[in-house]
Design a protein around this ligand. Sequence first.
Ligand SMILES: Nc1nc2c(ncn2[C@@H]2O[C@H](COP(=O)(O)OP(=O)(O)O)[C@@H](O)[C@H]2O)c(=O)[nH]1
Ligand SMILES: Nc1ncnc2c1ncn2[C@@H]1O[C@H](COP(=O)(O)OP(=O)(O)O)[C@@H](O)[C@H]1O
Length: 205
Amino acid sequence: MSVEKGLLIVLSGPSGVGKGTVRKAIFDHPNTNFKYSISMTTRDARFGEADGVDYFFKTKEEFEALIEQDKFIEYAQYVGNYYGTPVDYVKETIDNGNDIFLEIEVQGAKQVREKFPDALFIFLSPPGLKALHDRLIKRGTDSDEVINRRISKAKDELKLMNLYDYVVVNEDVDEARRRIQCIVEAEHMRRDRVENKLRQILEVF
Ligand SMILES: Nc1nc2c(ncn2[C@@H]2O[C@H](COP(=O)(O)OP(=O)(O)O)[C@@H](O)[C@H]2O)c(=O)[nH]1
Ligand SMILES: Nc1ncnc2c1ncn2[C@@H]1O[C@H](COP(=O)(O)OP(=O)(O)O)[C@@H](O)[C@H]1O
């Protein structure tokens, strides 16, 4: 009997909305049993980040060579650096029946939709632009000019939320984490029901 494929789960949303924070809450939680796809990037490692844990850190030349070799499911340029999802680990994980989770920005999510229309797309939204602005200031990683660029980009990114299967508002991190886990569980139940129904219908003949 063939192994049922795992779910490809994509979490996306504007910069500073809390994707990284919510993702960490998901993976720190004991109920989570999906794998995480570690991205590749050309940006410098931040203090406390480790190669192969937070990202695989690559030079621009290495990254571009991997693009040539078709080694990414998707990649995008974001604030002057490349970010991409390596294809092998994602394919291997879903083929083995395990769920895999991608936390990526919106251009990349769009490319994943084209290649994997069956994936589950979740958009993380801020409660409002003021909250988003406050979070970017609180994070303290960007200058005022970069924050303003990110906010104006976020206005465009927010318009893409209608392309997603679900929108989760990140008001409270633990609540957002819980909602995402519930969505994944419900999606499994829905797909199982569809599979069973199909099997029943086909058995009639
Ligand atoms: N398209 C794409 N975006 C990614 C990938 N990995 C991370 N990102 C996104 O790139 C953006 C910048 O990430 P990062 O430099 O870690 O900064 P921060 O998340 O804004 O603190 C975030 O929106 C991430 O979600 C990836 O593999 N592909
Ligand atoms: N629900 C929340 N309420 C208040 N602050 C939050 C919440 N979620 C995240 N933050 C804060 O917002 C900032 C941006 O979060 P981060 O996870 O880096 O965003 P992203 O990965 O989407 O760019 C961080 O300082 C984080 O601590």
